[in-house]
Design a protein around this ligand. Sequence first.
Ligand SMILES: [Zn+2]
Length: 162
Amino acid sequence: MAFKLKTKNDIFNLHHSSEFGKPVILKDDLEKGIEGEANRDGTIFVNSKMSDKKIEEAVNHEKVHLDQMAQGRLQYDNDTVKWKRDTQSPMKVYKRSEMNEGHPDFEWEAEAYKTESPLKKGKDACYSKVRSRYDKWPSAYASGALVKCRKVGAANWGNKSK
Ligand SMILES: [Zn+2]
């Protein structure tokens, strides 16, 4: 009988992109719609139901947040997100209950979204333009708008027609 040796990452339910000290932990119980989470202890949780490619993307995205936290620019607690663009900037405090976390308009998210795959970036004059106009994402309206934008081109989409 043949058997497959499990790698250490399999055993600990870590993704193969895990690095020592910065484990990427596969989770199937993340809140709905959450692809990844960066934690203060340096771990990253990713949604195990995604494709490998999506997982890599989510890991790259969350790594940016880990760096921001390590630099003291981004802080999370149960109620607030605190953000300081650089050492000269004042710290801004956001109430988590009143914000749309993960929205790419937040500066810390904009930095993280920049790292995502060229494919995503390329598609994505439209992606970022449409996404920035819709508070609820993903949604049927938003993906309809995305299709339309790609048809007419990002430069033309969303401009009032005369
Ligand atoms: Zn993010």
